[in-house]
Design a protein around this ligand. Structure first.
Ligand code: CP
Length: 306
């Protein structure tokens, strides 16, 4: 049973495999699962904006027969009156069975989970972790590639603030012979704690570059990310860096036919709209798979499925 999901490292590889297997079964037979969370309630507490994560969790819960409460804007909650996150969690736990929480402060969902009588899922905390996006990414990679081992994955864009990148590196570095190519401007390099921690092992070779075009022919997976405007202290730095990479159809001419292009979305400018029609573009499928794997996660964390 999974009691808490703060960081992708809260899940063993065996648990990830079981979630993927359950998600496959949910994809194959939606009707079989339509009532399994009857009379259960999910609370979505979003202290920071979201489209995909919040709505996919809510759709997932409703499609499993459950109920949803929550807020999408903390300004409509008693947080504006000075209520602490801990008190908010203890209150919401009186009305629900499981909480999904996004917060701009790194560590806030973990601190909440330590005080919570019910399970809490981290839906993104600052530039730190986003484990359910990683489950969506892993499910997409598995469906597209059929494996995790032996892939060359390029991570491109804002590797400093991009929490989805940090969580995905942690997850993929568990598998054999994965090669990471970290593509970013110098100012947006992945933090040292990621490079020295997750990528320090013998199975996770990596190199850094600022040139997407030069590494394109090597890639099996290209994971594009937006520059995270909301994490910058200085607007001028954001404006200087925001268009560092724009993936175009022309740039893909040198890529493998089997390349899979992922992006956690939202996209700003980093993938030209003309790429959406390329059969290698997987990012909207990835969004759909995010709902399916979140259905599997809710069912597993509420003890209804293995
Ligand atoms: N990928 C992702 O977390 O999207 P949202 O910010 O829209 O939830």
């Amino acid at each position: 049973m999974i009691n808490r999901l703060n960081d992708i490292n809260d899940l063993t590889s065996a648990q990830i495999e079981r979630l993927i297997a359950l998600a496959e079964d949910i994809l194959a037979d939606r009707a079989k699962y339509q009532d399994i969370l009857n009379h259960r309630t999910l609370a979505t507490l979003f202290f920071e904006p979201s489209t995909r994560t919040r709505l996919s969790f809510e759709a997932a819960m409703l499609e499993l027969g459950g109920n949803v409460i929550g807020f999408a804007d903390p300004n409509s909650s008693s947080a504006t009156k000075g209520e602490s996150v801990a008190d908010t969690i203890r209150t919401v736990a009186c009305y629900s069975d499981i909480i999904v929480m996004r917060h701009p402060k790194e560590g806030a969902p973990l601190a909440a989970a330590l005080r919570s009588p019910i399970p809490i899922i981290n839906a993104g905390d600052g530039g730190h972790h986003h484990p359910t996006q990683t489950l969506a990414d892993l499910f997409t990679i598995r469906r597209e590639k059929g494996r995790f081992d032996g892939l060359c994955i390029g991570l491109c864009g804002d590797l400093k603030f991009g929490r989805t990148v940090h969580s995905l590196i942690h997850a993929m570095s568990r598998y054999d012979n994965v090669r990471f190519i970290l593509i970013s401007p110098e100012e947006l390099r992945a933090p040292d704690y990621i490079l020295e921690g997750a990528l320090g092992g013998p199975n996770a070779a990596y190199r850094e570059t600022d040139s997407l075009e030069s590494v394109m022919p090597e890639l099996d997976v290209l994971y594009m990310t937006r520059v995270q405007r909301e994490r910058f202290f200085n607007e001028a730095d954001y404006v200087r860096l925001k268009d560092s990479y724009i993936l175009t159809r022309r740039m893909l001419e040198r890529a493998k036919d089997s390349l899979s292009i992922l992006h956690p979305l939202p996209r700003v400018n980093e993938i030209a709209v003309e790429v959406d029609d390329d059969p290698r573009a997987c990012y909207f499928k990835q969004t759909y798979y995010g709902k399916i794997i979140r259905k599997a996660l809710l069912a597993a964390m509420l003890g209804v499925c293995e």
